[in-house]
Design a protein around this ligand. Structure first.
Ligand SMILES: C[S@@+](CC[C@H](N)C(=O)[O-])C[C@H]1O[C@@H](n2cnc3c(N)ncnc32)[C@H](O)[C@@H]1O
Length: 279
């Protein structure tokens, strides 16, 4: 079987299984089993796959048929131009979160050696990106769960990010020490009701990374109120929010005395980031 035939076969099977992004995924699978780049695939598409490579594709497709996430199968995923290890126990970095990074970087652009606190760090994609983009920053990441924390540590090492990583419970206001120019969080924000109707792939991700309580807002209320004393004058609090939550989260910030409260849309035109300034 050639690379081209395998690619078409993957596409067909993924489409039949109801995988939305079947074209993209088929390409990722071929790249993964061959180790080729996009450009190499274009020039080598008539090349025959080895039996090992074909068996590998069969195994991957089997996992995708039960909707096990492709990112967990591949074991690595890209976020804001850097590679992160992912697997069971950690949330897969989403492209939506890149909007949060944009807001964070804008808030830090005039600060010389900013201190940054990333709460609910998971893979570490937020704190590690900020450290990578703002070299002089002093970044701390806080994560409660051991399985996720293993990925935070592994990803910081993999990306040569000289950051501080703390095991702590954000709902107990742990991990902060002194004042920060930016406190950022993409906390669990799915409502109890929406937890019942998750996409099949998301059901394989840890519930502890998703559950935001009855109305999805537990973490926003707690962080906006309890971590405010750790934000430096003119410092920023920035949150990623779930679909339909922006207005409620903006209200939480206003009720807690934050100024210049704003909302930013993601690439899909969804209100995705809520931010405010602590005076
Ligand atoms: C929505 S995920 C975000 C992960 C990562 N920051 C990202 O943007 O991809 C939320 C993370 O919060 C962690 N978490 C859940 N409850 C927590 C708590 N009480 N204290 C600290 N971290 C918590 C989860 O383990 C998970 O890694």
């Amino acid at each position: 079987m050639t690379i081209f035939e395998a690619y078409n076969d993957c596409k067909k099977q993924l489409q039949a299984a109801g995988v939305e992004d079947y074209v993209f995924e088929a390409k990722q699978i071929i790249k993964h089993v061959t180790g080729y780049t996009n450009a190499q695939i274009l020039t080598k598409y008539t090349q025959a796959l080895t039996q090992f490579q074909q068996d590998n594709i069969t195994a991957i497709i089997k996992q995708r048929l039960i909707r096990y996430p492709l990112q967990y199968i591949i074991g690595r995923w890209n976020f804001f131009g850097r590679e992160y290890f992912v697997g069971p126990g950690v949330l897969i970095p989403r492209s939506d979160t890149e909007t949060l990074i944009d807001v964070c970087l804008e808030s830090l652009k005039d600060k010389q050696t900013p201190r940054v606190l990333d709460l609910c760090a998971g893979s570490g994609c937020i704190g590690i990106t900020i450290k990578g983009e703002v070299g002089e920053s002093d970044v701390t990441l806080v994560e409660k769960y051991e399985e996720a924390l293993n990925y935070t540590i592994k990803n910081a090492l993999h990306n040569n990010a000289d950051v501080r990583i703390i095991k702590g419970d954000v709902l107990e206001t742990q991990g902060a020490d002194g004042l920060y120019d930016l406190i950022v969080s993409n906390p669990p924000y799915i409502t109890d009701e929406d937890m019942k109707t998750l996409q099949p792939e998301v059901k394989f991700e840890p519930a502890t990374a998703l559950e935001g309580g009855e109305d999805g807002l537990i973490f926003y209320r707690h962080i906006a109120k309890e971590y405010k004393k750790y934000i430096a004058p003119n410092g920023t609090l920035a949150f990623e929010v779930g679909m339909g939550e922006a207005e409620a989260v903006a209200d939480i910030l206003k009720q807690n005395g934050y100024q210049n409260v704003g909302v930013r849309k993601d690439y899909c035109d969804v209100d995705r980031v809520v931010f405010g300034t602590a005076i």
